[in-house]
Design a binder for this molecule. Structure first.
Ligand code: GLP
Length: 238
């Protein structure tokens, strides 16, 4: 695992953007796995600025998002579908038909998304990390070979995400549909962005800890091409 330590969130976003741009411009029809949360927003801003200033095109780029809440409509401002439109897709020249965000609550919905993913090979999978080490919505205990599935969110994730729902935990959906760890591990390259002191323990366990389902991100030690871009606060325990 390659670890790049940056002084702050902005430098983290810039460094991650450099990795992203290299992949996006490497060939036509690049397939990206994308993530939500506050961690990748700065990177998405860099992509938008670069598109506007340098004309980097996303016309042929295809994207698959990691996850989505269950039980909220796509038009809900807190849906990851809306998040992606607002933070990236509406500001670049990507074809909306080439963007995919999982949706649904049934086994069939999960299998359908996984079938779509079987048709492609993700060139770069972008990841954030939860405080408890979750990736996508794969909470501690998730088997490493699981593919797209429905999860019950842990209390700590519900609490962490309440900030997006008027700080009211009762409004946070209790389930999500997520690519599995098996799905994530199939991608050719993984780019993880992490910032803030509250992620420091998860970062340490990801990089130095045992590979265990108790810390889902530790599975990345088994992936051949991972770049972890962290700010100093998140890297403070390394
Ligand atoms: C959510 C998402 C994850 C994300 C994590 C961290 O639960 N499902 O994909 O990595 O939160 O979010 P943030 O970057 O806002 O800390």
């Amino acid at each position: 695992m390659k670890v790049v330590v940056c002084k702050d969130y902005d430098e983290m976003s810039q460094k991650a953007f450099e990795v992203m741009k290299e992949v996006v411009t490497s060939k036509p029809g690049v397939v990206l796995g994308l993530a939500t949360g506050s961690s990748p927003v700065g990177l998405y801003k860099c992509m938008i600025k670069d598109h506007e200033e340098n004309g980097t095109s996303y016309k042929d780029v295809v994207t698959y998002n990691l996850d989505e809440y269950v039980g909220i409509d796509r038009s809900n401002p807190q849906s990851y579908y809306t998040f992606m439109k607002e933070n990236l897709f509406d500001h670049i020249d990507i074809d909306p038909n080439n963007t995919h965000v999982p949706y649904g609550s049934t086994k069939e919905d999960c299998e359908g998304y996984e079938k779509e993913l079987e048709k492609v090979s993700i060139d770069l999978q972008l990841l954030g990390i939860g405080r408890n080490g979750h990736i996508g919505f794969n909470e501690p205990g998730t088997p490493f070979d699981e593919m797209t599935h429905i999860v019950d969110l842990t209390q700590s994730t519900i609490e962490a995400n309440a900030r997006f729902f008027d700080n009211d935990m009762n409004k946070v959906p209790k389930q999500a549909i997520t690519m599995g760890i098996g799905t994530i591990m199939k991608s050719k390259k993984v780019l993880m962005v992490v910032s803030g002191p509250e992620k420091a323990e998860a970062v340490k366990a990801t990089v130095e800890g045992p590979v265990t389902t108790d810390m889902p991100a530790s599975v990345l030690q088994n992936h051949p091409d991972v770049t972890l871009v962290v700010d100093e606060a998140a890297a403070s325990l390394l």
